[in-house]
Design a protein around this ligand. Structure first.
Ligand SMILES: Cc1cc2nc3c(=O)[nH]c(=O)nc-3n(C[C@H](O)[C@H](O)[C@H](O)COP(=O)(O)OP(=O)(O)OC[C@H]3O[C@@H](n4cnc5c(N)ncnc54)[C@H](O)[C@@H]3O)c2cc1C
Length: 518
C-alpha cells in the first residue's frame, strides 16, 4: 500500500515527540509519527531539563506538569580527591535578586521516561497516536522527485518531508550516506539508577567526584533514588556487564566514602560516548535530521535531549508555515543555518570539557587533580560568590537561553529599520520577557508617542493584512526602546523597527513569507 502525507516523523523519542506536539498545533497539517518500539522509554536516560526547554514546554502548557513531577536542583558540588573544591548555589537563581531573563530559572531533574510520557499524553489528548511497533526499514531518495519510506508492515509512504528523529543510529542518515564525523572516546562510561542511603549530596543536589582512578557523579532522581555515573578506564571491556558490587566499589573509591549504601539498581548500563555531528541538517529538499540523529556528544552538562527538543521547536513552525501559509521553501534552509551552528558549538564545547575531565595523559591528569581544585576553590568560587555577571553567564550557557541566531541567513537583509540603543535586543536574539502563544508572529509595540500617527497606520496595516499570522501586543516590558519588535513563533526576534516603515517591513518579510497568499 502506498500512502501520501505532508510529513513523516521517524522516531518517537523526545525529539520526534516534541516535533509532533508542535505540528499538532497546526490543524491543517497531515503528519505521521512512527516508532519501532512498543512504548516510550522506561529508562531514566536524560535527567536534566534546562530553562530553554522549560520555556518550550510552557508554550505547550506542559511546564507545570513537568515541574510538579520533577525535582528542582538546589546545588552542584565538585570534589577533588575527597575535598570539596566548589559549590554552585542553583537555588539562588530562583530568587528575584538574580535577573536571568527567563521565567524558569531552574535546573529540573525529570527522567526522560517521564518527559516522553508527558509529550505522548499531550499528543493523545490532541487526537494523535504514535504508530508503534513499526520500523522504517528503507528510504529511497528520488532527488527533487521526493522520498519513499518503507515500513516493516509493508506500507510505503511518499511524504513531502521526512524528519529523521531516529536517534544516534539513524537509519535515515545511513541510507542517505550522510557522514557523521567526530570520534568515539576511549573511556567507557557507566550509568546506574539505584537507591542510595547516606549519599554525599541531598535529594536536591548533584555532585561530581574527581579522583586519580576517574570521574564519578551522583544526581538525584526522586526520594532516595539517585543516578550514579562514572568513567571506566582499566580492567573493563566495552560491552561488559557491570554488577551492583562493581558500581558500589567505584562509587566508594571515588567518593572516599565506604559508608554509602547502594541497593536496588534498576538500570545499569555501560556505553562509549562519542562526539559527532552531521554537516547538513537539511539534506536535499525533503530530509531534515534532528536530535541524536544529527548530533551526539558526551553527557557533560546534560545538553543532549534539550538540544533535540529545540531542534524540533525550530523546525516545526517553519514546516508549518511552508505547508499552510505558502512561505518560501528557503525558510526551511534556515533550520540548518540556525541549528547546525548550535550543534557544532555544543559538540566542541562538551568535547573539550569531557576530554579534560577524563584524559589519561599525565600532564592533564596532573593539572586536573592537583591544580584545578585550587583554581576552583581559591579563584572561581570567590568570584562566583561575588559576581552576579559570572553567575548569570554560567546559567545562560548551561540553560541554553544564551543561544542566538543572529548570524542566520534569515537576517541577512534588513531585519532592523531605524536607530537603536546598544542594549536593544537584536534580530536573532531570544525574546525573553513573554512566552507568547505558539503558531503566530507577535508584534510588540513599545511606548512611542512622537510617532503615534505613523505607529497607528503601521499597526492598522499589519492588523488588516496579516491578521492570520501576526498578533499585536502593547506590553510594559523592562526594555528601553521606542519602537516595535516582531517575535517569531519560536520566541526569537524576527524584526525590529523604530521608524514604522510599512514598505521596509513588507520588503523584509516577503523574502520568506508570501503574504499575498495569506
Ligand atoms: C545514560 C544517558 C544519560 C543521558 N543524560 C542526558 C541528560 O541528562 N540530559 C540530556 O539532555 N541528554 C541526556 N542524554 C541524551 C539523551 O538521552 C538523548 O540525547 C535523547 O534521547 C535524544 O533523543 P532523540 O529523540 O533524538 O533520540 P532517541 O531518544 O534515541 O529516540 C529515537 C527514537 O527513534 C526510534 N527509531 C530508531 N530507528 C527507528 C526506525 N528505523 N524506525 C522507527 N523508529 C526508529 C527509536 O525507537 C527511538 O524511540 C543521555 C543519554 C544517555 C544514554
Amino acid at each position: 500500500m502506498t500512502s501520501s502525507t505532508d510529513i513523516v516523523i521517524i522516531g518517537a523519542g523526545p525529539t520526534g515527540l516534541m516535533l509532533a506536539c508542535q505540528l499538532s498545533l497546526y490543524p491543517n497539517i497531515v503528519f505521521r509519527i512512527i516508532d519501532k518500539n512498543a512504548s516510550c522509554t522506561t529508562q531514566s536516560r536524560a535527567l536534566v531539563i534546562h530553562a530553554r526547554s522549560l520555556e518550550i514546554l510552557a508554550q505547550l502548557k506542559l511546564v507545570d506538569k513537568a515541574l510538579a513531577q520533577g525535582t528542582l536542583a538546589d546545588a552542584m558540588k565538585g570534589y577533588f580527591q575527597g575535598k570539596r573544591a566548589i559549590k554552585v548555589d542553583l537555588a539562588q537563581f530562583r530568587t528575584k535578586q538574580q535577573p536571568l531573563n527567563t521565567r524558569y530559572p531552574h535546573v529540573l531533574f525529570l527522567e526522560q521516561s517521564a518527559t516522553e510520557q508527558l509529550l505522548e499524553s499531550y499528543l493523545h489528548e490532541h487526537g494523535i497516536q504514535v504508530e508503534r511497533n513499526i520500523e522504517v526499514i528503507d528510504i529511497k531518495d528520488f532527488g527533487d522527485a521526493g522520498a519513499e519510506v518503507t515500513l516493516s508492515n509493508g506500507e510505503i509512504l511518499r511524504p513531502k518531508y521526512v524528519c529523521a528523529c531516529d536517534g544516534a543510529r539513524s537509519i535515515v542518515r545511513h541510507k542517505l550516506n550522510l557522514s557523521f564525523s567526530g570520534r568515539t572516546y576511549s573511556e567507557s562510561l557507566f550509568v546506574a539508577d539505584c537507591e542510595v542511603d547516606r549519599s554525599p549530596c541531598s535529594t536536591k543536589e548533584m555532585a561530581f567526584f574527581c579522583e586519580s582512578t576517574g570521574l564519578s557523579g551522583i544526581f538525584p532522581i526522586r526520594d532516595n533514588r539517585f543516578r550514579l555515573i562514572g568513567t571506566i578506564h582499566e580492567g573493563y571491556q566495552d560491552d561488559i556487564h557491570l554488577s551492583i558490587d562493581d558500581v558500589r566499589k567505584i562509587i566508594h573509591t571515588r567518593t572516599r566514602r565506604s559508608d554509602i549504601n547502594i541497593s536496588n539498581c534498576n538500570w545499569i548500563s555501560v556505553y562509549r560516548s562519542h562526539h559527532r555531528h552531521i554537516t547538513t541538517f537539511r539534506y536535499r529538499k525533503h530530509y531534515f535530521l534532528l536530535g541524536d540523529a544529527a548530533h551526539i556528544h558526551s553527557p557533560v552538562g546534560g545538553q543532549g535531549m534539550n538540544t533535540g527538543l529545540q531542534d524540533a521547536h525550530n523546525l516545526a513552525w517553519k514546516l508549518a508555515y511552508v505547508l499552510t501559509h505558502s512561505a518560501h521553501d528557503r525558510l526551511l534552509d534556515t533550520y540548518h543555518n540556525e541549528r547546525f551552528k548550535v550543534a557544532e558549538n555544543l559538540v566542541n564545547t562538551t568535547d573539550r570539557a569531557f576530554s579534560f575531565l577524563s584524559s589519561q595523559y599525565w600532564l592533564t591528569r596532573l593539572f586536573r587533580l592537583y591544580i584545578t581544585p585550587y583554581i576552583l576553590r581559591f579563584l572561581i568560587q570567590p568570584i562566583l560568590n561575588s559576581s552576579q555577571r559570572l553567575r548569570q553567564y554560567l546559567f545562560r550557557r548551561l540553560s541554553q537561553t544564551a543561544i542566538t541566531y543572529r548570524s542566520s541567513k534569515i537576517y541577512d537583509y534588513g531585519a532592523s529599520a531605524g536607530q537603536f540603543h546598544r542594549t536593544t535586543p537584536l534580530p536573532g536574539d531570544r525574546f525573553p520577557y513573554v512566552i507568547f502563544e505558539p503558531c503566530y508572529y507577535h508584534f510588540v509595540i513599545f511606548e512611542n508617542q512622537q510617532q503615534s500617527t505613523k505607529v497607528k497606520l503601521f499597526i492598522d496595516f499589519v492588523k488588516e493584512k496579516y491578521s492570520k499570522i501576526v498578533r499585536i501586543h502593547e506590553e510594559d516590558l523592562p526594555v528601553r526602546f521606542e519602537g516595535a519588535i516582531l517575535v517569531r513563533p519560536d520566541g526569537y526576534i524576527a524584526y525590529r523597527t523604530t521608524v514604522f516603515d510599512i514598505n521596509h517591513f513588507q520588503a523584509y518579510f516577503s523574502q520568506y513569507l508570501l503574504f499575498e497568499n495569506i
